[in-house]
Design a protein around this ligand. Structure first.
Ligand SMILES: Cc1cc2nc3c(=O)[nH]c(=O)nc-3n(C[C@H](O)[C@H](O)[C@H](O)COP(=O)(O)O)c2cc1C
Length: 182
């Protein structure tokens, strides 16, 4: 069986969302039969996206919205949209912000709508929260996609362990979902 390709596309201004993307890729790597590829929107490889079975997309929440470089990626994808080149691929989303809410839901909705414009199939995040502490899983009880929260500290210290474990769970879940989808 051919390996399924799972691209994790992200923007990160200060490294926090990049760390989250790396943990998602670690989760993907736990699953046999898939190959994960981390792609920054600032060094985009459109051929890899074209060859991918799944595109997991994420960015920090800036001013209640997707960060500008990620929005530039969305806009640049209009050439693919014209041909519906990503139609039928699986999609999933993640975001990270300073606030516990920080209006992250608006960004997940933005990414989901973007995926719908491309005719993609959305994979959510059905992970029951284990609590609301920093070491808990899905502590923000997000189901549309992955949410993480970072304190105003270097990415070495934040987001907390629970959010990183949730990111790895999410990557593994999306990869297993991809294998079920023929
Ligand atoms: C321009 C800008 C706008 C931001 N807007 C928000 C916001 O609307 N809500 C929020 O909770 N945090 C906001 N933050 C905080 C970031 O989301 C937070 O620092 C995040 O960890 C940055 O991720 P990054 O290191 O991947 O860029 C903002 C930060 C910046 C620089």
């Amino acid at each position: 069986m051919n390996q399924k390709i799972i691209a994790v596309v992200y923007h990160s201004g200060y490294g926090h969302t990049e760390k989250l993307a790396e943990y998602i890729a670690l989760g993907v790597a736990q699953v046999d039969g898939v190959t994960g590829v981390l792609l920054s929107v600032e060094a985009m490889d459109w051929d890899i996206l074209a060859a991918s079975d799944v595109i997991i997309m994420g960015c920090p929440t800036y001013m209640g919205s997707a960060s500008a470089p990620f929005k530039a990626f969305m806009d640049a994808s209009s050439k693919v949209w014209l041909q519906q080149g990503w139609q039928g691929k699986l999609a999933a989303g993640f975001t990270n912000s300073g606030g516990l809410s920080g209006d992250k839901l608006a960004v997940l909705m933005q990414i989901q709508l973007f995926a719908m414009q491309h005719g993609m199939l959305w994979v959510g995040m059905p992970l029951q929260p284990t609590g609301t502490n920093p070491d808990d899983l899905n502590r923000m009880a997000s189901y549309m996609g992955l949410m993480a929260q970072s304190d105003n500290a270097p990415a070495e210290f934040t987001p907390p362990s629970g959010d990183l474990k949730t990111a790895a769970w999410f990557g593994e879940y999306v990869a297993k979902t991809a294998l079920r989808w023929q």
